[in-house]
Design a protein around this ligand. Structure first.
Ligand SMILES: [Zn+2]
Length: 142
């Protein structure tokens, strides 16, 4: 029995059937991943903005110990590098969502599990290829 109040967005002519596992991606459609990616992008951009604000404040703190300032600048620039890397991954994933190829492993061509994409929406590799590529492959080719 179907209660329409429990399935407000479900298609009116198709009832969800137990055992209908032919479309596992139906649990996480593209718009879910797009939303997750856009949220991550906003989060990274916010972190970058805060980091730049901190760097600017360090520049103005001329009276501070110059070695301390230098140390904090190095830490902030290192953090920025990580943020930029993440931003690049997120933007590449958004592009794959638009142009095709999203959710397909860049190494073996197998589909990346929806669970993996849900936890790492910018993932380019399936779980098994990610494990084997961690030690010997560059993080991004190009
Ligand atoms: Zn793979």
């Amino acid at each position: 029995m179907k209660n329409p109040l429990l399935f407000p967005s479900a298609s009116p002519r198709e009832e969800p059937r137990a055992g209908d596992a032919s479309r596992p991606e139906a649990d996480y459609p593209d718009h879910v991943f797009r939303k997750l990616l856009l949220e991550k992008k906003a989060e990274v951009l916010m972190a970058l903005a805060l980091s730049f604000r901190r760097l600017a404040a360090l520049e103005e703190a001329a009276a501070k110990d110059p070695f301390q300032v230098l140390h904090e600048e190095i830490l902030a620039l290192r953090a920025n590098r990580i943020f930029y890397g993440k931003l690049r991954h997120v933007e590449a994933a958004l592009e794959r969502l638009d142009c095709g190829g999203y959710g397909t492993c860049a190494n073996c061509g197998n589909p990346i599990s929806a669970e993996r994409l849900y936890s790492i929406p910018w993932a380019r590799h399936c779980a098994s290829c990610n494990v084997s590529s961690v030690s010997n492959a560059p993080p991004e080719a190009g």
